[in-house]
Design a binder for this molecule. Structure first.
Ligand code: 5RP
Length: 233
């Protein structure tokens, strides 16, 4: 099965198993999470789901909700009241303990807000995202305010990271996040402790958030090339 089909299969399996009418639902970002949004839109249109209050985690998911007629709200709006029943998102890497790297699409700040304020959390991924150790191949994004660009690089290098400022495509210069910040993509050459690092990275002045997601462990829907979807709690 090709990768696009795997992404679609994971998204559909998670929605069909987990999403119920009346839910406050966090909707993730990326080429896998978009299939979750498509499926929710389809079930609403068919009348099989009702009264979904969605929280989109990026412009991408917000625009998709608008196009599909999925009612979307700010997390602070009275309709959501700051909490979610379920959040379904994609991931860049997932280890055997269902710890994650996220933020390949640059939406980690709001994705973590959704993930950590949701009673239930699910990840949809194809099998290429499953790894033994986080951070050795896919870089961990660290979102920093523009004023912290150089000092944050120095602090990250002190922790042993190789650091690269994320460059934009079809715009000269760096990526500017949806919150006006920069992204420093960091790599490690030795296995690291993602839980410890998640907290440590956020203690660097000027760091807004980082792409290790270790606290609200998700159930993972991992699509395989043979057409099956493994559900890993
Ligand atoms: C965006 C993310 C995405 O969920 C992650 O990058 C996976 O994306 P894709 O499903 O396109 O591989 O964290 O910030």
């Amino acid at each position: 099965m090709e990768q696009q089909k795997m992404k679609e299969a994971a998204g559909k399996a998670a929605v069909d198993a987990l999403v119920k009418s009346g839910m406050k639902l966090g909707l993730g970002t990326g080429s896998t999470a978009i299939h979750v949004i498509y499926r929710v839109g389809e079930l609403l249109r068919e009348g099989k789901l009702q009264n979904i209050r969605a929280f989109p985690t990026s412009f991408q998911s917000q625009i998709a909700c608008e196009k599909l007629g999925i009612p979307a709200f700010a997390l602070n709006a009275p309709e959501l009241g700051g909490t979610l029943d379920l959040c379904i998102d994609g991931a860049d890497e997932i280890d055997r303990e269902n710890r994650l790297i996220k933020g390949g699409g640059g939406a980690l700040l709001i994705e973590k807000l959704a993930a950590y304020n949701s009673a239930a959390y699910a990840i949809v991924a194809d099998e290429t995202k499953a790894v033994e150790n986080l951070g050795l191949s896919f870089p961990v994004p660290v979102e920093v305010i523009p004023e912290a660009r150089i000092p944050a690089v120095l602090a990250l290098e002190k922790l042993g990271a190789l650091v690269q400022l994320r460059e934009a495509v079809r715009k000269a210069g760096p990526v500017i996040t949806e919150h006006g910040n920069l992204l420093l993509d960091i790599r490690f050459q030795e296995p690291v402790n993602p839980g410890t690092l998640e907290a440590e990275l956020n203690r660097i002045p000027g760091v807004v958030e980082n792409g290790f997601f270790t606290e609200n462990r998700p159930v993972a829907y991992i699509a395989r090339g043979d057409g099956t979807v493994e559900v890993r709690a």
